[in-house]
Design a protein around this ligand. Structure first.
Ligand SMILES: [Zn+2]
Length: 397
């Protein structure tokens, strides 16, 4: 990670000639515009369900002893019934058009407004049209199971078929140990006996895992995905994080959907920090960048690190603690694959773009831009409901 003023100074004064694409969009006075910022790689959110980002949370009878009970109760919650007026979930096999795609796009904006460039959308595998619909990367290459108890109730193939098609070369994702009852406590043993303690496996939640079970995950290179806000909301307990850190598990962080989790990744990070203030901010950064790169086989993805970056206003001398003080308002410029997708409106003028592709809005007196038209997605929902639906992760909603 580099200080923005140094980076931009470098681009303008020496590297500009060599790094061609920067000369395309950073003007000579860019160092003035981006000063007092830190530049980061875009963050990685390791667990979300994009289509499920309705609000408020669907936790009418929380806490639950396990998530399977919650899945049924959720379908009767006020939030879920309100979403039914816009889209009824009759299976998630094809989310690539209609209201389900609009909802998934809103889920992507939830991520984009918190600096996320890559998100793992836990759903049955979709067609290419779906993955090509978004301004950031939604990971396409994975296999999955919803959970051991409910298997793929939401679409997708059997555990056997999904696991064999992952064939150790593709990330394999499932919810596991999301509860405190004896049934959930047996899930680790089931997974171990089934032979899926492997390096390509990402276990989501693992609340029920014992110290020994966590140590076995570490030994076998299994990734554990921590979703503290969703866990505390839903179950009242979270992963044994101290053991996971002590055993050096490949640990990643996820928001989960807003039906159970946080409003966005900034809130998730702050929640994690509040719950475990002794975890260094630098470690939290690892959970949203280095570790997920390993988990999702993305190590070479940012080969040209300069084509995607996130500039955050500097309010803390420590760049890692600075993230914990951030929100969408502090994103002065977010560039994804050379395209500006969010930031201060003045920075948009540095780029050769079509202004029609952007929505502009005011936030705390600052004029901001975002790529695409999330306001029209919000409007679609308003039309279906007959009143304005405020979605807290959209800064203009
Ligand atoms: Zn989940």
């Amino acid at each position: 990670m580099l200080r923005a003023d140094k980076v931009v100074f470098g681009y303008n004064k020496s590297a500009k000639k060599d790094i061609d694409f920067h000369s395309k969009f950073l003007s000579d006075d860019a160092d003035i515009i981006l000063k007092n910022s830190y530049i980061y790689p875009p963050f990685i959110n390791s667990h979300d369900h994009l289509v499920g980002n309705w609000l408020p949370v669907a936790l009418d009878h929380a806490p639950y002893i396990n998530s399977h009970i919650w899945v049924e109760d959720m379908k009767r919650s006020k939030a879920y019934l309100e979403r039914n007026k816009y889209w009824i979930n009759k299976g998630m096999t094809d989310l690539s058009s209609g209201a389900e795609l609009s909802l998934s796009k809103l889920g992507v904006y939830k991520n984009l407004f918190s600096g996320v460039g890559i998100v793992q959308d836990h759903a049955p595998n979709q067609n290419d049209r779906y993955y090509n619909s978004f301004p950031i990367k939604v990971i396409k290459n994975y296999r999955q199971l919803h959970s051991i108890e409910l298997e793929n109730w939401w679409g997708g193939k059997s555990l056997e078929e999904e696991w064999s098609s992952a064939s150790s070369k593709i990330p394999f994702i499932l919810h596991i140990g999301e509860g405190i009852d004896p049934k959930t406590a047996n899930e680790f043993a089931f997974a171990k006996n089934y032979g899926i303690l492997k390096e390509n496996v990402v276990f989501i939640h693992a609340i029920s895992f014992t110290k020994n079970e966590i140590a076995e995950c570490a030994k076998n290179g299994v990734t554990l995905c921590w979703c503290p806000k969703s866990n505390i909301n839903l179950i009242g307990k979270t992963l044994d994080i101290e053991t996971a850190l002590k055993e050096k598990v490949n640990l990643v962080l996820g928001t989960d959907s807003s039906f159970s989790g946080s409003v966005n990744l900034f809130e998730e990070l702050r929640f994690a920090h509040k719950l475990y203030p002794n975890i260094p901010a630098e470690m939290l950064f690892k959970l949203i960048y280095e570790n997920p790169k390993k988990a999702f086989f993305l190590e070479n993805y940012f080969s040209d690190s300069t084509d995607s970056f996130l500039a955050l206003d500097k309010t803390n001398e420590n760049p890692y603690k600075n993230i914990l003080e951030s929100n969408y308002d502090k994103i002065s410029l977010f560039v994804w694959k050379e395209r500006p997708i969010l930031g201060n409106y003045d920075n948009l003028k540095l780029f050769d773009i079509d202004f029609k592709d952007y929505f502009t809005f005011y936030s705390n007196g600052k004029k901001k831009f975002v790529f695409g038209h999330p306001e029209l997605l919000n409007q679609e929902i308003d039309n279906a409901l007959g009143y304005h639906k405020k979605l807290a992760y959209l800064p203009f909603s």
